[in-house]
Design a protein around this ligand. Structure first.
Ligand code: LLP
Length: 444
């Protein structure tokens, strides 16, 4: 987790920078990202998959899934640590390119990439495009013919494995929008192999997100391998990409499998299947997002009001309102996600009080931390820290209720710097066309 400690006055410090100074300097809410933690997680993934792959006579690539959190700085960190970058829109692609990520190290995903997005990806020379539909295959055939390029592609398949996670986070069961059902994928691959501008390199499968166990990954890998083996009859299949989805601990009861164990189990599932069929183990790729940045993030909020509400059981629940909420962390409202909170500006001395940390938005579902025991002496002006907010918080953020998005600050060795500036009210106003279009941009 992020390098959190307390200084002599009891103020929470993050990688040696105290939370009160961060809040004073940058304002709240504020996402603080621990650079060393991101780098270390990236290295751990690399090492774990390198090791597992080399034990089975193959290689493994790790792509950082930028959807979890993407900025030029973070893209640089992960590339420095030997990762590649997975993008899933033209916007993410541009951030990766702006960060100087080599196009050949970029994988491009998405179930509805536009012709423009695909053209851009082919023209810059992304390493691989993961195709998701028959229509996309024809779009790519036309583009590669027009620009006279050969594009490497993988075919995304649905393995039918139900990952044990929230319904919206599971992506490889049958009735959802991503990929080709296994029985249709063979036709898609045959079609790709006919197109001179496309180079089929392998299958891709991602079963879902925030997964703790190994069983789903192993089962999915062996199902994908069956198709992989069948495809070898029509030509080479040098790669296989098994996606991301590696879970992290948000609250104490969360118990994800350590990454070296997961890597070993998944790679050996593939290797065993290959040995049984007498085929070579393909080069493997993985796409962790959450597990690289999730634990590195801590959000700082300032407490604005507190209110005691008597609940059914007669007990009292304290509602603690902070200056952000579902606009900077939609995950509790979207998925019922659980977080924890602690006082950051000092050491609380009051008895622990059942509390719910809520945001400032006009919805009762605007919850940051559903239940937490916080010191009863917490007052307006105190700072709260909510850990494990590095993934899918800023990337899912919104301007709901015209609340500006918070800045992101990186901390390392006692120093801090802005890596994404916060929005201002002027940013929000500047997009409003004004009365009768008085403020409308030219040509609109
Ligand atoms: N690869 C593909 C094809 C994906 O669709 C995803 C995530 C990943 C990799 C990275 O998964 P990760 O390692 O981060 O679990 N907004 C949700 C998570 C959505 C995940 C979407 N796809 C959340 O906040 O929990």
């Amino acid at each position: 987790p992020a390098r959190a400690a307390r200084d002599a006055d009891g103020v929470l410090t993050l990688a040696g920078v105290d939370a009160a100074t961060l809040a004073r300097t940058y304002g709240t809410p504020l996402l603080v990202l621990d650079e060393d933690e991101v780098r270390q997680r990236a290295r751990e993934f690399r090492r774990a998959f390198d090791q597992a792959a080399s034990e089975h006579g193959t290689v493994a690539q790790v792509y950082y899934a930028g959807k979890a959190f993407l900025s030029a700085t973070v893209a640089r960190w992960v590339v420095d640590e030997g990762l590649r970058v997975d993008v899933c829109t033209g916007g993410e692609l541009e951030v990766a390119l702006a960060a100087g990520v080599a196009p050949a190290s970029i994988g491009f995903h998405g179930n509805n990439k536009s012709t423009r997005e695909l053209e851009r990806a082919v023209e810059v020379g992304v390493g691989s495009i993961i195709v998701d539909s028959a229509i996309e295959i024809e779009r790519l055939a036309a583009i590669t013919a027009r620009v006279d390029a050969v594009q490497r592609v993988l075919v995304r398949v649905i393995s039918g494995v139900h990952a044990e996670t929230h319904d919206f986070l599971a992506t490889a069961h049958e009735d959802q929008k991503f990929g080709f059902p296994l029985e249709d994928a063979e036709i898609a691959v045959a079609r790709i192999r006919e197109i001179p501008g496309l180079d089929f390199v392998g299958l891709h499968c991602h079963i879902g997100s925030q997964i703790f166990g190994v069983a789903g990954f192993r089962e999915s890998a062996s199902r994908v391998l069956e198709l992989h083996a069948a495809l070898l009859e029509g030509g080479a299949v040098p790669q296989m990409n098994l996606g991301g989805g590696f879970g992290i601990a948000y609250v104490r009861s969360d118990d994800p499998t350590p990454i070296d164990v997961l890597a070993g189990e998944i790679v050996s599932a593939v290797a065993e299947g290959c040995a049984a069929r007498g085929i070579a183990v393909p080069a493997l790729s993985f796409e962790p997002g959450r597990a690289i940045v999730g634990t590195a993030g801590v959000t700082l909020y300032e407490v604005g009001t507190t209110k005691d509400v008597t609940i059914d059981s007669g007990a009292v629940r304290r509602y603690i309102s902070v200056d952000g909420g579902m606009s900077d962390n939609a995950r509790p409202a979207l998925y019922g996600a659980q977080y924890s909170a602690r006082i950051a500006s000092r050491v609380g001395i009051g008895a622990p009080q059942l509390s719910r940390v809520v945001g400032k938005h006009c919805e009762s579902g605007d919850i940051v931390v559903d239940h937490e025991y916080l010191p009863s002496d917490l007052v307006p002006g105190d700072l709260l820290a909510v850990p494990t907010t590095g993934a899918y918080c800023v990337s899912l953020s919104s301007n709901y209720n015209h609340v500006p998005r918070p800045p992101v600050v990186a901390v390392r060795d006692g120093r801090s710097r802005v890596i994404v500036r916060g929005e201002t009210i002027d940013d929000l106003l500047s997009r409003d066309a004004g009365i009768d279009g008085a403020n409308a941009p030219e040509g609109e």
